[in-house]
Design a protein around this ligand. Structure first.
Ligand SMILES: [Zn+2]
Ligand SMILES: [Zn+2]
Length: 587
């Protein structure tokens, strides 16, 4: 008998054999909880039971539930922090003690006390693991140098590496964490953050000298471990399901995205109030410590090497393929999180199993629209739907129709008075402005070395940035008004006015960022009832402009698949009808 259903299995093999999930999110939003759920067997997750109440979402979840019960596989957990530990262990114990005591010493916590504490708790274990790591390195070099390598030697070594990375290191990392936190509440976070930055700079745990070739150092080591894991899985005829927790540097996420079609970055988000509740309760953090974390994890803009090596969680969230919501329902209740993880892992394994939600569909339109923006600093897209969820307009941030976006303009043209049609009278004539522009660009563009580095790139410029430099003394924080572009939300609203259309009172606004103060006012005045947004870092717009008065709109943090993941998860491999036909046929 011909097994047609085997053919279907073959078609889905690639999807099911290899999945890498990366997690990102703010501290306290629930990345570790998500990783824990992913690394459980389906019996131990206890997914919430589906209930059919006539809603299409319930029907969708029932399909997901049944699929997950039959197909779910445990993920293996790689923690970035254990990789950082492996870099620490590359060094002898004395170097570690020196670095930690130097880094953490304060007036009330002298170096000697730190040294003593480390010697008492962690020294012996450290030395034995450093030795173990040395041996692993030596055996690798020996194998590489030998010309009569035996297969079982390689496999034995691989098994040792596997144990080291997946068993020994996680345990030791927790011991280190406890030891460091005895010294003071946030010592561990501080030391590991600095060492992470060091590795991305120098490739070494205790050296902060920047060399660009080391930016991906941590990712490369994670990738090595994935390869060890994959070879081992192949031998054991296992599938490769890996979750990497937590991405805090956007370039590390990009590294994996460029390498693996089956890499998905998931952001775990939660309302700020819920986050704070968790952090205060579980980690007993003080308000000051919370503020410190928020500052470090907030919007970042760097002009130096920190741009490459520092953590930048807003950027990581912006890059995410799938946004997951982790609300605080009740203590230790992760039912919403579990449901969504089952939902998206099932779709990764079997795209098109269910169709996108209305929110995903509308947000994806906003996402596609944002890529049309010619803004140099940030692309944003927006969709407006009316009360009945019918889409009325889309918009992206761009200057008014008839003006050229920044991306298509060129500093040299402006300085040399060429292509004059796309520059304003002010840009062409204002002396202060032109002086500032020349100060920033003229010398650089005359430097042959820099021109070579540009390598053919168009040198466009951001008007807002230069004008805020001109105004520096007047206006310290920089003025939003100077942007040449209309905002995406604004543009979408105006499309309706410009070309005529039905009213949007009671309607919905989807934005790939979060509405600014100015757009929030417009949304409020237009009678928008729902604002769905991705960026969990709104300014004061939410609390100041939107949470006031009698017509306040409802604000919802978006959850769902977006961007390339939208296509990867919802485009069926083959028509579902054919699939069932093949499986059920008795030929
Ligand atoms: Zn711009
Ligand atoms: Zn705006």
């Amino acid at each position: 008998m011909v097994q047609l259903s085997d053919g279907i299995d073959t078609l889905y093999e690639n999807r099911k054999k290899f999945i890498i999930i990366g997690l990102t999110g703010r501290t306290g939003s629930g990345c570790s909880s998500a990783a824990q759920i992913l690394s459980k067997s389906v019996e131990n997750i206890t997914l919430p039971k589906p209930k059919l109440c006539g809603e299409s979402n319930d029907r969708k979840y029932k399909i997901i539930y049944d699929f997950a019960q039959n197909n779910w596989e445990q993920f293996h957990w790689i923690q970035i922090k254990t990789i950082i530990t492996s870099f620490i262990l590359d060094n002898p114990y004395v170097d570690f003690e020196d670095y930690v005591s130097k880094t953490l010493a304060t007036a009330t916590l002298p170096k000697d006390v730190i040294r003593e504490q480390l010697q008492k708790t962690i020294k012996d274990k450290y030395i034995s693991l450093h030795k173990k790591r040395d041996e692993l390195n030596k055996s690798r070099k020996k194998l590489e140098a030998s010309n009569t390598i035996k297969k079982d030697q390689i496999e034995a070594r691989r098994e040792k590496s596997y144990d080291f990375y997946f068993k020994t290191l996680p345990v030791f990392t927790n011991e280190l964490k406890e030891t460091l936190n005895i010294l003071s509440g946030n010592s561990y976070t501080k030391v590991y953050q600095l060492i992470g930055d060091n590795i991305r700079s120098s490739g070494k745990a205790f050296d902060s000298h920047f060399n660009a070739k080391n930016i991906y150092r941590i990712s490369i080591r994670v990738n090595k471990i994935i390869k060890i894991f994959t070879k081992r899985a192949k031998k054991n005829k296992d599938n490769v399901y890996i979750v990497i927790d937590t991405f805090r540097n956007p370039f590390e996420a990009i590294f994996f995205r460029e390498r693996y079609a089956a890499f998905y970055l998931l952001s775990i988000n939660t309302k700020n109030a819920h986050r704070e509740h968790r952090l205060k309760k579980m980690l007993s953090l003080t308000d000051d410590q919370l503020t410190e974390i928020d500052e470090k994890e907030g919007e970042q803009s760097y002009n130096d090497e920190k741009f490459f090596i520092s953590q930048n969680i807003p950027k990581c969230i912006e890059l995410s393929d799938i946004h997951i919501n982790n609300p605080h329902v009740a203590e230790d209740d992760f039912s919403t999180l579990k449901k969504q993880l089952a939902w998206y892992v099932s779709l990764i394994m079997h795209p098109g199993l269910i169709a996108p939600s209305r929110e995903e569909r509308c947000m994806q339109m906003a996402y596609n629209a944002k890529l049309a923006s010619g803004c140099l600093s940030r692309q944003v897209g927006a969709t407006i739907a009316n009360e009945s969820n019918s889409i009325q307009a889309i918009g992206w941030n761009d200057p008014a129709h008839g003006q050229s976006p920044c991306l298509l303009r060129n500093v040299k043209d402006l300085i040399n008075s060429e292509d004059t049609g796309v520059y304003s009278k002010y840009e062409k004539n204002n002396k202060k402005f032109r002086d500032e522009l020349k100060r920033k660009y003229e010398k650089a563009l005359a430097d042959p070395n820099l021109v070579k580095k540009l390598c053919g790139r168009n040198v466009s410029y951001c008007f807002k940035k230069i004008q805020n430099e001109v105004d520096k003394k007047k206006n310290k924080g920089g003025n939003q008004v100077y942007t040449r572009s209309l905002h995406a939300e604004e543009n979408a609203f105006l499309q309706i006015v410009k070309y005529g259309g039905a009213g949007i009172k009671g309607g919905k606004l989807y934005t790939t960022a979060s509405p600014c103060e100015l757009c929030s006012k417009k949304a409020y005045q237009l009678g928008i009832k729902d604002i769905i947004y991705i960026d969990p870092y709104p300014g004061i717009a939410k609390d100041h402009i939107l949470r006031i008065g009698t017509e306040a709109p409802k604000l919802t943090l978006f959850h769902g698949a977006i961007g390339r993941a939208y296509n990867q998860l919802f485009e069926p491999v083959i028509p579902y009808k054919d699939e069932l036909e093949m499986i059920l046929s008795k030929k």
